[in-house]
Design a protein around this ligand. Structure first.
Ligand code: ARG
Length: 459
């Protein structure tokens, strides 16, 4: 039999496979709370504007409240024949209150309904991402503060470059995640306009009050163009893009944790709570959570590419293609929130091996740049010459199998007579990091200033 909601001109019902490809209830039931909130706001507005009478609006309101309870109790009879959450709720309302239920869809379409529901849902996810990021940044700040002056090797090309502090390294991720947080804030602000009342695409001839529904649903204002409002999903694309960038940051941090926890580095020890063992190799302690977070970007970026691909080339206004938006965003959001929570736990429980960090910081000629800078400052050499002299000294140390501070003054003076004993002051890693006082540099004072700034930002 034809569909009860739109089947007036139909004689036959859909083919079973048509139903299978068309129905979205299997996943969009997740929008039930948003759908009911939108319907409540719409019904209240229809009554306030005199489009439906108060007793009908009252019946609708009570019926919707019962439906919410039913769904939350797991008692709601979801029907695939009713396609999606919007028609499932409306049909159930008709079962419960009869004729007045049919008045709810006045001056509304599923097109503005789904656009509204989905914005509400994505808006909540922006808030969840912001909360998750605040927690993770908080955990990184604790690590940064504990080790604001612990020296470790800084790398470029994963080769020893210059000493940095543990706090500085942690704070690098705080900056990245802080930008992620502001991206979710910006996206939230931009998406916070209400599509409800755009109706199918052109607006409506009923004297509705879109400002009232927008305010009731916590939007800043109604959307200004009805065609745009039902057609675009850029708010979801922005959420996905922000999620993909954030997941990229989490992936890089994960990679560092994997490297740092290896037996070759032993910079950190992952707590038991965030590690797994091997069924064959008894010594193993694997950083599985970090590896999984490292991989999760694949799903999130996949969802991002999928929705861009769905949206590109769609003519205005609504097309059913857009029903493909939800599963991607649901999966990306779930994945991101899980990854943020797991990373927060791992960072909070992370054991840091300060002695190993410092030993590693001193090896690999990490203060060669300090030596070259000293030759410029104290001996007046042009930097290029100082670079060459230092390179010669590094080669000598390498040949002797020692580090730069282990060379004798005679060794050094043989390479350049202007070198004095004062040079040893700059060859230690502590002196090296302490000297990097430029704004944003790795000197512990600078790092502590940034920690204080972030604590203030987070409140
Ligand atoms: N289930 C649909 C979606 O998710 C709702 C909108 C349907 N509108 C329509 N005209 N068929 O996009």
């Amino acid at each position: 039999t034809a569909n009860a909601m739109w089947g007036g001109r139909f004689e036959a019902g859909p083919d079973a496979i048509m139903q299978a490809i068309n129905a979205s209830i299997g996943f969009d039931k997740r929008l039930y709370a948003q759908d009911i909130a939108g319907s409540r706001a719409h019904a209240a507005m229809l009554a306030a504007t005199g489009i439906v009478d108060n007793s009908d609006a009252e019946a609708i309101r009570n019926g919707l409240a019962e439906i919410l309870t039913e769904i939350e109790a797991g008692d709601f009879p979801f029907s695939v024949a009713l396609e999606d959450i919007h028609m499932n709720v409306e049909a159930r309302l008709k079962d419960k209150i009869g004729t007045p239920a049919g008045r709810l869809h006045t001056a509304r379409s599923r097109n503005d309904q789904v656009a509204t529901d989905f914005r509400l849902w994505v808006r909540d996810q922006c808030d969840a991402a912001i909360e998750g990021l605040r927690a993770l940044i908080g955990a990184l700040l604790v690590q940064a503060e504990a080790g604001a002056d612990w020296v470790m090797p800084g790398f470029t090309h994963l080769q020893t470059a210059q000493p940095v502090t543990w706090g500085h390294h942690m704070m690098a991720y705080v900056e990245m995640l802080g930008r992620d947080l502001s991206r979710f804030r910006d996206a939230r602000t931009r998406m916070n306009e209400c599509p409800l009342g755009s109706a199918a695409l052109a607006g409506t001839s009923f004297p509705i009050d879109r400002h009232m529904t927008a305010a009731a649903l916590g939007f800043d204002r109604p959307t200004a163009n009805s065609l745009d409002a039902v057609s675009d999903r850029d708010f979801a694309l922005e959420f996905l893009a922000a999620s993909a960038i954030c997941a990229t940051h989490l992936s890089r941090l994960s990679e560092e944790l994997v490297i740092w926890s290896s037996a070759q580095f032993r910079f950190v020890a992952m707590s038991d709570k965030w590690s797994t063992g091997s069924s064959i190799m008894p010594q193993k302690r694997n950083p599985d959570a970090a590896e999984l977070i490292r991989a999760k970007i694949g799903r999130i970026l996949g969802a991002t590419v999928a929705l861009f691909t769905v949206m590109k080339g769609l003519p205005l206004a609504y097309s059913k293609d857009m029903q493909e938006d939800k599963e991607q965003v649901f999966d990306a959001a779930d994945t991101l929130m899980l990854a943020l929570a797991a990373m927060t736990g791992m960072i909070s429980d992370l054991g840091v091996n300060r002695a190993n960090l410092e030993a590693a910081a001193a090896s690999g000629f990490s203060t060669a740049t300090d030596l070259a800078d000293w030759l410029v400052r104290a001996a007046g050499l042009p930097f290029r010459d100082a670079h060459h002299v230092t390179g010669t000294l590094v080669a000598q140390a390498e040949a002797k199998g020692c580090d730069l501070p282990d060379l004798t003054l005679e060794d050094m003076q043989a390479v350049h007579p202007a070198i004095t004993a004062e040079v040893f002051g700059v060859l230690g890693v502590q002196n090296s990091v302490a000297s990097r006082q430029s704004y944003g540099g790795t000197a512990p004072d600078q790092v502590r200033a940034q920690i204080a700034r972030w604590k203030e930002i987070l409140g």
